[in-house]
Design a protein around this ligand. Structure first.
Ligand code: ADP
Length: 297
């Protein structure tokens, strides 16, 4: 419904822009045919028409972009509201049960475990939103120091295996030669963690994720995260790094998210003079994400 509404307004503004430009051109051509002898006026009018048409084109592009941005903000607010509300509602329900019923010790421990998981989920959503603000701001300086990339990857893997309850076989690590980069350890950790979390999240029930570190020609240190999961359509490989963007379709409603993770990954890569990109053979055929940082000489 909302997407259809947005497409209608985008189509309307594009049609309006094209219509107005055609009217101007028609009037102008008619006017030139009538006054072809007045040379200077002709030159002036060419400039004037060029200015008006450029103005209209810019205006149309701006309007269409604003409509798209607005739509993405709405999708983001819906996703974030859901991600914030669900764990709070769940924690509240468990607390009410504990307050009003006589719960045996085993059940009580189970409730505590679930409440801790919910509060972790809440914290990670909040952290993701705050980090988006930090990595997007040019004034926010990096806390630069030598970082052992392999060490950071191992920390992220240990955290992810506990968080998602997956075995070291399902989430494996192929370590390359040790590499040191100059960077902000917290930001690098956040970027690597986002890639690993996504690989597990979009793998479905059967997690088979492989993380590799490597030294690329002595210039870059790379982290490759490959999964055998949902895969990504070719046309979406670039878009997924945009802020708030989630690939539309049933996957987006099945797997919860805010569309901020990959924006953070790419912003962190850029802030460190590095690169981040995605590769996939298409839906259902898994994905590989690569993050590269310049190596310290
Ligand atoms: P989120 O996961 O919160 O939606 P991200 O910015 O991390 O946001 O990812 C953006 C989109 O890219 C996701 O909604 C998903 O459609 C796609 N995506 C990211 N990682 C993967 C992956 N490993 N496999 C398949 N699709 C992915």
């Amino acid at each position: 419904m909302v997407v259809a509404g947005r497409q209608k307004s985008v189509a309307f503004f594009i049609a309006l822009g094209v219509g107005l430009i055609s009217v101007i051109l028609l009037l102008y051509i008619g006017w030139v045919i009538l006054n072809w002898r007045n040379g200077i006026l002709l030159v002036l009018s060419v400039l004037l028409v060029a200015m008006v048409i450029s103005g209209l084109v810019l205006n149309t592009i701006f309007l269409v972009r604003e409509i798209r941005r607005n739509e993405q903000h709405n999708a983001f607010i819906n996703a974030v509201t859901h991600e914030l509300k669900t764990p709070v509602a769940s924690i509240r329900l468990y607390l009410e049960t504990l307050q009003t019923r006589d719960v045996d010790e085993a059940k009580r421990q189970e409730f505590y475990g679930t409440m801790l998981e919910d509060s972790d989920r809440l914290l990670s959503t909040i952290e993701q939103i705050l980090r988006t603000g930090r990595v997007g701001s040019a004034t926010n300086k990096l806390n630069v120091a030598p970082v052992d990339l392999g060490g950071v990857v191992e920390d992220c893997l240990t955290r992810a295996r506990t968080l998602h309850r997956v075995s070291p076989e399902a989430l494996s690590y192929v370590a390359g030669p040790p590499v040191t980069i100059l960077g902000d350890q917290e930001e690098v950790r956040a970027a690597v963690s986002n890639l690993i979390d996504n690989a597990v999240k979009y793998s479905g029930a059967e997690v088979n994720v492989r993380v590799e570190t490597a030294n690329v020609d002595g210039k870059y240190a790379s982290v490759r995260v490959s999964d055998q999961g949902a895969g990504i359509p070719k046309a979406e490989l670039k878009r997924i790094f945009k802020r708030f963007y989630r690939v539309p379709g049933p996957l987006a409603s099945r797997v919860k998210g805010t569309g901020l993770g990959l924006y953070i990954v790419r912003s962190v890569a850029k802030r460190h003079g590095g690169l981040a990109w995605a590769e996939s053979q298409g839906p259902g055929r898994g994905s590989t994400f690569v993050l590269q940082f310049p190596i310290v000489k």
